[in-house]
Every structure is written in structure tokens, then in C-alpha cells.
Ligand binder design. Structure first.
Ligand code: ADP
Ligand code: TRP
Length: 345
């Protein structure tokens, strides 16, 4: 098994080094609690990396969050947190249009129009809806049912080429393509069909239980922004086998080694591999090494987040300025849509 090392936070992009950004990428992120290293490597980093060579739009999908969060204080906190997380982890507002979905009313307006073109059966076949029913979700809402319609509006308003998403969102992007085609065939060519971009080569990051993928729902995470003592606990709790300290160990079967391999350099990985194979090196020491590496890798982002949290005015300015840029594009699309549908006289 080979592990990919992820280089941390390449925030600075010099203008001269920028390729011509003629492709547009858009994605939405639902604020969903404290991020862990699995979220970062599997979703956040690939999204942020798009800003290097695409015209990138990233928005906080706060309207989508309303399908699950019905508490104003909680929603506000979640929105602020996800904005802080992304800015700390390298989203550069000079290279990405970063905004809140609910600031751009065109998302809801286009969602209504698409809703009037969406066959009921298409929504009934959506995985997320089927899962909600299969797991016996209590009182599933219309919002949950039409979730993919709003997502189609989010996407198509910006005429993107690419939609970076996780595997679980692939079907939603396909629905957006279906609705674009439906609109085009009904009212004339308007929307181009975007492609989903799914980071296939990124392995599922293993959780601290050594059994499942790292996930909040398994409670087996190492968080990115937890305080040091919590981090230490999460790392020290990583499940290992009972090979005694003096015996040689199999690095490839060990979770501490795997997690280290995501963050360390090839030389560092080879050194640790040798220590495992030689014996006389305990898992406790390996865990300490992992903690040090973790703090080194995420240190700049952790520090940046602390600084950003001290000045929420800056964060509001970033989102306001992002909304102004997004609004220009979205309102232009809606002018065309209103013309084509007959909503202007
Ligand atoms: P969780 O499972 O912790 O609730 P989410 O479902 O909120 O995480 O995941 C958000 C995104 O993070 C997913 O779309 C997925 O791409 C990515 N992700 C989550 N866990 C992992 C993991 N263990 N390895 C790789 N990517 C992950
Ligand atoms: N549904 C996505 C998720 O749960 C978030 C999202 C909302 C989105 N609108 C989008 C992603 C538009 C991509 C494009 O992760």
C-alpha cells in the first residue's frame, strides 16, 4: 500500500505563476461540525486546491443546512465556524469567490423554477431521500425532498464547468445536469452541463479505532482545531495491537503509522518504517511522534484560525465582498432565465 503525502497550505499564489483560469468550478459546503483530518484530506483540501487553476466559487450552503438545523444560534455558530475553518486552511478570498448561499436570493428563485420542471419520480430516486426513508427518518420534510433542486440552482446559476464534490454528492450533480437539460429543451439552450469532480485517488482516512473510516458518526476522529490536550487524548486513544515494545511490528497494519504517513515526508516515513521493523520501538512513542507531526502540519492553520476568530469583522467583510461578486453572475443568469420563461413583460 502506498500513502500519499499532502503538502500543507499552499496559500500564496503568485499572479505570474497562475495558469489562465478559464474553467469555472463551484461547490457548496454545509456547515457540519468540527472538522477532522479525514474531512480535510478527503474534501476540504481538494476543494481549496481548485483555486490554483480555476475561477472558483465556494459558498456556505446555509439554506441546505436548514433541512437539519432548526436553531438560530446553532446555525449562526456553524456558519461562522465553517468560514473560519476554510479561511484558516488556505481558502484565499482573492482567488476564490467565497460567500453565503442565503445572501444570493437568486438561488431560491431558480430553485422554484427548477422545481416546476422536476419530475416527482426523479426526487423519489435520490439516494439521500431514499436513505432518509429507509432509516425511518421521522417526519421527513419537503425541504429534504427537494434538496437536489436547490443544489441544481446553486450550481447552474454560475455556469460552471466543474463541481468538486465527495462521492456521496455525485448523484446530485447528475440531477443538476438532468435539470439543465430539461430547462434547455423546454425553454431553449441556456445552461451548459457541468461535470462532477470527485477526488478518486484519495483514500478513505482510517479512524482512530483502526476499523472504520474516520467519521464524526463513529466518534473516531482526530480534530483539526481541538486544543492540544484533546488532540493528545485523541491520538493516544488510537487502537493498536498488543505486540510488545521489544518485538518488531508491521507498519502497514498499524493505524498510527498510516496516519503519520499522510502527513510526513518520504524520508520520515521510511525512518519510522525501519523503527517498526527493527523492534524496540513502542506504539506510545509512535503516537508522540504523530502528535508532533500533526501540530507541525496543522500548526499554521491552527494559529491562523485563532487570529481570524479574534476579528469576525474581517470574516463578514470577506463574505460580503464574495456575495457582491457572486450576485453579479447570479443576477445575470436570472435575467436570462426570466426572459426565457416569460417572467418579464
Ligand atoms: P463525517 O463522516 O465525519 O460526518 P462528513 O460526512 O461531514 O464527515 O464528510 C464531509 C466530507 O468529508 C465527505 O464528503 C467526504 O468527502 C470527506 N470525508 C469524511 N470522512 C472522510 C475520511 N475518513 N476519509 C476521506 N474523506 C472523508
Ligand atoms: N449537498 C452538498 C453536501 O452536502 C452541499 C452543497 C449544496 C453543494 N449545494 C451545492 C455542493 C452545490 C456542490 C454544489 O455536501
Amino acid at each position: 500500500m502506498t500513502w500519499t503525502r499532502f503538502t500543507p497550505f499552499e496559500i500564496t499564489i503568485t499572479k505570474s505563476a497562475m495558469p489562465t483560469k478559464n474553467k469555472i468550478a463551484i461547490t457548496g459546503v454545509k456547515p457540519s461540525g468540527t472538522p477532522h483530518i479525514g474531512n480535510y484530506l478527503g474534501a476540504m483540501k481538494p476543494i481549496i486546491d481548485f483555486q490554483k487553476n480555476h475561477q472558483t466559487y465556494i459558498f456556505i450552503a446555509d439554506l441546505h443546512s436548514l433541512t437539519t438545523v432548526h436553531n438560530a444560534a446553532e446555525l449562526r455558530t456553524n456558519i461562522i465556524n465553517v468560514a473560519l475553518d476554510f479561511l484558516a486552511l488556505g481558502l484565499d478570498p482573492d482567488h476564490t469567490v467565497f460567500f453565503r448561499q442565503s445572501d444570493i436570493h437568486e438561488h431560491s428563485e431558480l430553485a422554484w423554477i427548477f422545481g416546476c420542471l422536476t419530475p416527482f419520480g426523479l426526487m423519489e430516486r435520490a439516494h439521500a431521500w431514499k436513505d432518509a426513508l429507509a432509516t425511518g427518518k421521522k417526519d421527513p420534510t419537503v425541504g429534504l425532498f427537494t434538496y437536489p433542486v436547490l443544489m441544481a440552482a446553486d450550481i447552474l446559476l454560475y455556469n460552471p464547468d466543474i463541481v468538486p464534490v465527495g462521492k456521496d454528492q455525485k448523484q446530485h450533480v447528475e440531477i443538476a445536469r438532468d435539470l439543465a437539460e430539461k430547462f434547455n429543451s423546454t425553454f431553449g439552450q441556456t445552461f451548459k452541463l457541468p461535470e462532477p469532480s470527485i477526488p478518486e485517488n484519495i483514500a478513505s482516512i482510517i479512524g482512530t479505532d483502526g476499523e472504520h473510516k474516520m467519521s464524526k458518526s463513529y466518534n473516531n476522529t482526530i480534530q483539526l482545531f481541538a486544543d492540544e490536550s484533546t488532540l493528545k487524548k485523541q491520538i493516544m486513544n488510537i487502537k493498536t495491537d498488543s505486540t510488545p515494545v521489544e518485538a518488531p511490528k508491521n507498519p502497514d497494519g498499524d493505524t498510527v503509522f498510516k496516519l503519520y504517513s499522510y502527513l510526513a515526508t518520504p524520508v520520515e516515513i521510511a525512518t519510522l518504517r525501519d523503527k517498526y521493523l527493527a523492534g524496540g520501538y513502542g506504539y506510545g512513542e509512535a503516537k508522540k511522534l504523530l502528535l508532533t507531526k500533526y501540530l507541525e502540519y496543522f500548526g499554521p492553520a491552527r494559529q491562523k484560525r485563532i487570529e481570524l476568530a479574534k476579528n469576525l469583522g474581517y470574516l463578514e467583510d470577506v463574505l460580503k465582498s464574495g456575495a457582491q461578486k457572486a450576485k453579479k453572475v447570479a443576477s445575470h443568469t436570472m435575467e436570462i432565465v426570466r426572459q426565457k420563461t416569460g417572467l418579464v413583460l
